[in-house]
Write a protein that binds this ligand. Structure first.
Ligand code: P6P
Length: 324
């Protein structure tokens, strides 16, 4: 797959017509979102919308706009049967004859919009299972059953990270508004030296999590310790760095968030699919994220994700199989 080919050509060579249509629709939606994000400060779309979402989180105006844009683009085609979004309480039926369903976080990290820090759109695509009316069961599928997953990072450049199940590839948005292949077949380092966690939550963490953080901070210790700490507070930004530079990102369950904060269906599963397809690993602390059987469309999970050996090292410590 040569650098510079268009997303459309890539999809033509790697997917079927219906799946290509869904991915293209999301990609074109993010091009429209990108135009809004880049000038957010000049229009009345920064700041809070005065509402809270199903998660009870304050909704930013750009969250709602991004959600509307994605729905608009998906509705132009016929391939998407339904949508689950962080911004909508229940399943949103779209095209009855569509073969695929999409779970999406239309604008993740949106609390960073006001400070122009990296934010992103995260999506998961499954082939629908039901025959009749679309329902939750079409979405409550394991991550290992995904047809495709991806994210778009609105950072210093606009990057679409995508996997359709044969590796993970990244596309950069050109000046002409086209996604062109820029990072073919990404491979995450087997062992990293960066850890990414909100240390401000230390007082809420289980002592085994603190053991691992102390392990990362140990001086002059193999491998490559002390690790560097990088935390943007935007999952797409933190995971993009982790895929390209290696290391581990983790958001553990804690005293304040018993099941963790991040959502399984449209944050942790797609991210885990991309990282696993790039040779990395991802766990909820007990089993691989891609093996979890979702039970509720907005459920949350703990996540430990990144370089294979670094994630394994973390699990060994937090499962108390080795001392820190
Ligand atoms: P905290 C952004 O609000 C988000 O959902 C993810 O993008 C990010 O990884 C996480 O929450 C940050 O949470 O509690 O560290 O601010």
């Amino acid at each position: 797959m040569s650098k510079g080919i268009s997303l459309s050509k890539y999809l033509e060579q790697n997917t079927n017509e219906q799946l290509a249509e869904v991915i293209e629709a999301i990609a074109q939606g993010t091009v429209a979102i990108n135009e809004k994000v880049r000038v957010a400060g000049l229009s009345d779309i920064v700041g809070v919308a005065g509402t809270t979402n199903v998660q009870g989180e304050t909704v930013q105006k750009l969250d709602l706009l991004a959600n509307d844009i994605i729905i608009e683009y998906l509705q132009k085609g016929n391939a998407c049967a339904a949508l689950v979004s962080e911004e909508t309480d229940a399943v949103l039926p779209l095209k009855a004859n569509g073969s695929y369903v999409v779970a999406i976080d239309p604008l993740d990290g949106s609390s960073n919009i006001d400070i122009a820090a990296p934010i992103g759109t995260i999506f998961a695509i499954w082939k629908r299972k039901s025959q009749g009316e679309v329902n939750d069961s079409d979405f409550l599928q394991k991550g290992k059953e995904l047809a495709a997953a991806g994210y778009v990072l609105f950072g210093s450049s606009t990057i679409l990270m995508l996997s359709v199940g044969n590796g993970t590839d990244a596309f950069t948005l050109s000046a002409e508004g086209k996604y062109l292949l820029s990072h073919p077949k990404l491979s995450i380092k087997k062992e990293g030296n960066i850890y990414s966690v909100n240390q401000g939550n230390m007082f809420k963490y289980d002592e085994r999590i603190i053991d691992f953080i102390n392990w990362c901070d140990a001086c002059n210790a193999a491998p490559n310790r002390p690790f560097g700490l990088r935390y943007i507070g935007s999952m797409v930004g933190d995971l993009h760095r982790t895929i390209l530079k290696g290391g581990i990102f983790f958001y553990p369950a804690n005293k304040g968030e018993k099941k963790g904060k991040l959502r399984l269906l449209y944050e942790c599963i797609p991210m885990s699919f991309l990282v696993t397809q790039a040779g990395g690993a991802s766990s909820n602390g007990e089993i691989p994220i891609l093996e979890i059987q979702p039970e509720e469309i907005h459920e949350r999970t703990a996540i430990f994700i990144g370089s294979e050996k670094t994630v394994e090292q973390c699990l060994q410590i937090i499962q108390q199989k080795v001392s820190a």
